[in-house]
Design a protein around this ligand. Structure first.
Ligand SMILES: Nc1ncnc2c1ncn2[C@@H]1O[C@H](COP(=O)(O)OP(=O)(O)OP(=O)(O)O)[C@@H](O)[C@H]1O
Ligand SMILES: [Mg+2]
Length: 491
């Protein structure tokens, strides 16, 4: 018995390992990767975009409101000077806002000047001290240090504004505190009449307050709408992209699968080519001695008749068995060195009838009913008669062997559907059928479940059909029967 040897890593071995590795590598999960990163990017973009849009809206509103307040305050300053300061000084000699009649007069001037305008309150600060001299909100009069940095700026003749706002998206929810937003604008209250070359003195600071709560609420609502719409658009975009990427991934996977299959096929055909060469040379070597054994046995049979009568059957057994061996050797050679088909116009029905005629008595002796449904109107095709005869014979013999208890063998021929003009041949039996796991292997050379079969029959049939540019299909159900369909195209 030969000792076990370790197999060295030849290029062929390494190819097998490569293929195994290739199969074990999980395909790049493009869709999964895209889903996560895409979702994060889209979410980020949506939030950034809605923030940008609403921020811009806020800025524009603020700029416009501030400009409005400045115009109102400017006009107010003018009105106060003309209608309150000048008449009061002329009448009382000086301004003393502590006096109720002066307060009342100023209040009337301010209310007249701001009537119908979007102004919530007006406050006038003293120029010497950060104290409220006058306000349309009476409770503020006399309070100190309310002005803040904007008051100081106004004293330096600079107008500025401050936005006091409170609330966000959540304040839109029912029951939540109201959103509030107030714009406080401060401008210097400048004496209009210029005395000498000196710049007119600052008499005080006017603070105008605008209530922007409704606008702020509107902007936050707008922010919600923008976010929702962007979210919907982005989700749609994401769904479309995801669909495209999923499709691309499927295509990539199919291509990879196809490549793997082709590689396997290549590998298989390399293996078969080597095997074929070996089989061909061995078969060739066997063929000649087999012929000699057979003819010698025939001569021996004749001689035995006279020398040892009654023993002729021994020679007959040798002749019969060498005949069977010869058949096997021929099959091996057919498979290993397939002949190039010699195409000539012929009728497929003629070939089928010849095959049927050849095995008719065999079928009868096995209690098999033959049903012929041959389409008589078929056009002749360019085919190799010899090769197709062998192919159909193989298929019909398989059918016969699949029905040891008898049954029905149907042979059908018809035109291929469409304009191709090809021919479809179907051979159906009611035999044992083929298990689904075996179905994919029946065309593999040397696959057989018969004691006396080589397993080359269907491999040769497939070679022949493919060399005619045709295809062979099989449908089978275990215990019910099998149908082989050969499609031969018009060439
Ligand atoms: N009509 C059929 N019904 C059931 N099984 C079938 C049929 N045709 C083929 N098979 C299965 O496919 C296998 C391969 O068939 P194939 O013709 O290639 O070889 P074989 O018939 O076993 O041997 P050989 O044809 O060389 O005598 C068979 O062994 C059988 O298991
Ligand atoms: Mg067979």
């Amino acid at each position: 018995m030969p000792a076990l040897r370790s197999v060295p890593m030849t290029p062929k071995n390494s190819k097998i390992t490569d293929m195994a590795n290739l199969r074990s590598v999980r395909p790049f999960r493009l869709v999964k990767f895209f889903s996560f990163t895409g979702l994060v990017v889209f979410l980020f973009c949506t939030l950034a975009l809605s923030w940008l849009i609403t921020n811009h809206a806020k800025r524009v509103l603020l700029e416009r409101s501030e400009a409005y307040s400045l115009v109102v305050a400017e006009n107010l300053g003018h009105q106060v000077f003309q209608q309150f300061v000048v008449p009061t000084v002329l009448r009382y000699g000086k301004i003393a806002l502590r006096k109720p009649e002066q307060q009342q007069a100023l209040d009337t001037v301010v209310r007249d000047a701001t009537h119908g305008m979007r102004i919530q309150s007006v406050t006038i600060y003293d120029s010497r001290k950060n104290i409220v001299s006058f306000s349309t909100e009476k409770e503020l009069i006399g309070r100190v240090d309310l002005g803040g940095i904007e008051y100081q700026r106004a004293l330096e003749r600079q107008s500025s504004s401050r936005l006091n706002s409170r609330g966000n998206v959540f304040n839109l929810l029912p029951g939540a505190p109201e959103i509030s937003s107030e714009l406080h604008t401060y401008i210097p209250f400048i004496q209009r009449k210029i005395i000498g070359n000196r710049p007119p003195p600052v008499m005080g600071v006017i603070e105008v307050v605008q209530d922007l709560s409704e606008d702020a609420k509107e902007i936050i609502r707008f922010q919600v709408y923008v976010s929702a719409i962007l979210m919907v658009i982005m989700s749609g975009l994401f769904a479309v992209l995801r669909f495209i990427v999923a499709k691309a991934e499927r295509i990539i996977e199919n291509r990879a699968e196809e490549r793997r299959r082709l590689e396997e096929q290549l590998h298989q055909s390399e293996k078969l080519a080597t095997l074929g060469k070996m089989v061909a040379s061995v078969s060739h070597e066997i063929k000649n001695p087999l012929g000699i054994v057979r003819s010698t046995a025939e001569i021996l049979g004749k001689r035995l008749k006279s020398v040892a009568p009654g023993n002729e059957h021994l020679a007959a057994i040798i002749v019969e068995e060498t005949g069977r061996l010869d058949g096997i050797v021929r099959e091996f050679l057919d498979f290993a060195r397939p002949q190039v088909p010699k195409f000539a116009l012929a009728s497929v029905n003629d070939i089928l009838e010849k095959v049927i005629h050849f095995i008719a008595s065999d079928l009868e002796s096995h209690r098999i009913t033959l049903v012929q449904e041959l389409d008589g109107a078929l056009d002749p095709l360019a085919i190799d008669r010899e090769q197709l005869y062998r192919a159909f014979l193989n298929i019909l013999l398989n059918g016969r062997q699949a029905m040891p208890e008898g049954g029905t063998l149907t042979v059908r021929s018809r035109r291929q559907e469409g304009l191709s003009g090809g021919v479809v041949v179907e051979v159906a039996d009611t035999g044992v059928g083929i298990a689904p796991d075996k179905l994919s292997r029946i065309f593999t050379p040397f696959y057989t479940d018969k004691n006396r079969g080589t397993g080359l029959g269907l491999a040769i049939v497939q070679n022949i059909v493919e060399s005619h540019g045709g295809t062979i299909e099989v449908e089978s159900e275990e215990g019910r029967g099998t149908l082989f369909r050969v499609i031969l195209p018009r060439r």
